[in-house]
Design a protein around this ligand. Sequence first.
Ligand SMILES: C[S@@+](CC[C@H](N)C(=O)[O-])C[C@H]1O[C@@H](n2cnc3c(N)ncnc32)[C@H](O)[C@@H]1O
Length: 285
Amino acid sequence: MESQFDTAVAAYEHSVQEMPFREHIEAYSFLNAVGDVTGRRVLDLGCGSGLYVRRLRREGAARAVGLDESTAMVDYARRREGREGLGAEYLVADAAAPSADDLPAIEGAFDLVTAVYVLPYAPTPAALEGLCATARRALPESGGRFVAATLNPDHSTAPGWYRPYGMELSAREPVGEGTKGHLKAWVGEEVLDVDYFRWSAAAHERALRAAGFDRISWIRPKVSEQGRQEYGDEFWADYLHCPHALILQAEAGPRTAPTASDTSPAPDSSDGSDSSDSSDSSDSE
Ligand SMILES: C[S@@+](CC[C@H](N)C(=O)[O-])C[C@H]1O[C@@H](n2cnc3c(N)ncnc32)[C@H](O)[C@@H]1O
């Protein structure tokens, strides 16, 4: 499948070494949220070149499967697996809209689903919900967890805010649901240019709930001790003040068979507004 990421394989592979925030903030915070994966079966949606699939497998995951719509990304990940023999597995598919009989192998087969910087590439609310639905589908009937790193809905649009961390984000104003933004990242000699879509915290939460998740929490990233020592607190201060990404975690409980009351029309008292009962939304600016 063609993707705007087809030409970004090298940039993504090198970004962990070239962009210190990826290791010291993103990986540190994301892996902390993921927790111990020993013996767990993990599906990484939008795995790209397989960065986290390899890492989770090395950290003891019983099974680590990456899924991406970019054939170029998956080809690279598979070649690397051929050399390294970690036992990581890869699939090419559109996780936002898999066809009816697509991906039978993922059905209920994982304890945990992850997605690092994938939700912002959903161009429509339906695609956002589709990604969450694929995550739910991969978990067993009894439930499981979905951990994503996603664009901070309130990321800074101040020119140059993220430049010290190797990137620029621009978003058209006024910002509404699905407003297009552009990411430019300088990764060593490579320049990465990709379009993304801005979704509010409520839009993420709606998509997660529609897919069967609840207990949704937004987690602000932190910097590792090693990152503080190597770069100093001053270097990270602006990023941490208004991070470009947050960790989004959701849990799914056991699926219940629909009852007669689930299928009857909703009472008239509803005003259609979203109730954010379980979310712990970030207060980032
Ligand atoms: C920003 S990259 C992140 C790659 C990897 N997760 C990482 O952190 O290095 C986003 C990846 O998500 C993939 N992606 C975006 N939308 C997707 C979809 N609907 N289905 C499958 N993969 C998707 C892209 O092809 C790309 O490889």
